[in-house]
Design a protein around this ligand. Structure first.
Ligand code: ADP
Ligand code: TRP
Length: 358
């Protein structure tokens, strides 16, 4: 591909925090989309290790997790030749732009962000509303480490990850849509403050499906997530995966024909829709509707179809994961390429903001 045609392609940017192995929520909500976009767009994918720091991980684990996810990116089909793959902390321009962008971000809007409220609530061990959170944060010195300023300014850093590349599209799951909305808001505010049209307004990429995807967990409740302990990991071996699926929460079975499935059962259908053939899903939907369904059979089928997705990826992860030379060459190259774009943006933003050499 020549330089000119590369320049014309729309830019896609996304990242995943290095907080542990990737699960099916990450795969269907994000990674799988990354892979589908790589042939048509100018894609830049990274590991958000600075974002991971907001929850104060163990340093050894953080480092291991960066490597794991890099291997998982490649194993899931991301081609380092087609994409820029890098580690966020290798791009110092991101940290500087984060400082500059924070001058245009309100403390109030950050405190109202759902992800901040959730994380603050969890850290503080409370279930209450915004006012209570504020009181606890401002009034109690012992909470300084747990609810740190990095956690509050998480959306600024994410906006910078995106805007530093002038991204057009940001493939992410549903839980990240508010952050994307904030990114657009910060871009607009910056533009209007400096009377410029410098930043565009990036949007999610949904492949024509209605809204962003939320992959449910196996515990009958909300989304699949690392901190919820309800995940199927790409690295899970056959036995582990089957066991997890067989233990998934269901109910006592449909009581009458054509009833709406309860949440835990609907979650299993949702998972099935992601990994199984349409006829298979239809078969189980029909057998739920006529009350003949046997959850054990459904789970066996679900596990089988999940394994078809995960096992080849798992094998590739195992092949790559300890190849330090390959991984480090890949990220070094990725960082060089990402920094070319990032340093240009930083230079221009400094100029716009009036930071100039005397
Ligand atoms: P986790 O929630 O497990 O900590 P991350 O926050 O690191 O995962 O998410 C990385 C990417 O995966 C994001 O784009 C996020 O939207 C997506 N993602 C995570 N969990 C899910 C899910 N259950 N359904 C859809 N997308 C998800
Ligand atoms: N906040 C995202 C998450 O938790 C990770 C992330 C950081 C990201 N920076 C980003 C995603 C930029 C897309 C674009 O999953």
């Amino acid at each position: 591909m020549n330089q000119e045609s590369e320049n014309k392609k729309k830019v896609v940017v996304s990242g995943i925090r290095s907080t542990g192995n990737l699960h099916l929520g990450n795969y269907f909500g994000a990674l799988n989309k990354f892979v589908k976009l790589q042939d048509e767009y100018d894609c830049r994918y990274f590991i958000a290790d600075l974002h991971a720091l907001t929850t104060n991980p163990d340093p050894t684990q953080l480092h291991a997790s960066v490597k794991d996810i890099l291997a998982e990116y490649v194993a899931a089909g991301l081609d380092p030749e087609k994409n820029i793959i890098y580690v966020q902390s290798d791009i110092p321009e991101i940290s500087e732009l984060y400082l500059l962008m924070n001058m245009h971000v309100g403390i109030g809007e950050l405190m109202r962000t759902a992800s901040f409220k959730d994380k603050a609530r969890k850290a503080l061990g409370i279930t209450s509303d915004s006012e209570e959170i504020e009181k606890e944060i401002i009034g109690n010195q012992t909470n300084n480490q747990r609810v740190n300023a990095g956690l509050l300014t998480y959306p600024t850093l994410m906006a910078v990850d995106i805007l530093i590349h002038h991204a057009d599209f940001v493939p992410v799951g549903k839980d990240q849509e508010q952050h994307l909305e904030l990114t657009r808001r910060f871009a607009r505010r910056f533009n209007s403050f400096y009377k410029t049209d410098y930043f565009g307004e990036p949007v999610n990429f949904n492949f024509g499906t209605a809204g962003a995807l939320k992959v449910p967990g196996l515990d009958g409740s909300g989304k699949m997530g690392k901190s919820e302990g309800n995940c199927i990991y790409l690295i899970d071996d056959e036995k582990t995966l089957r066991k997890k699926v067989m233990r998934a929460v269901t109910d006592e079975g449909p009581k009458e024909p054509n009833q709406t499935p309860t949440q835990p059962v609907e979650n299993l259908f949702t998972l099935m829709e992601l990994v199984s053939e349409p006829e298979v899903v239809k078969h189980y939907r029909d057998s739920y509707a006529d009350c003949s369904i046997r959850y054990g059979d459904m789970k066996k089928q679900l596990a089988e179809d999940m394994l078809k997705v995960t096992l080849p990826i798992r094998q590739r992860i195992l092949d790559i994961k300890d190849n330090d030379e390959y991984l480090s060459k890949m990220v070094k190259n990725g960082a060089e390429r990402a920094r070319e774009h990032a340093s240009k943006t930083l230079r221009e933003v400094r100029e716009i903001m009036g930071i100039r050499k005397i």
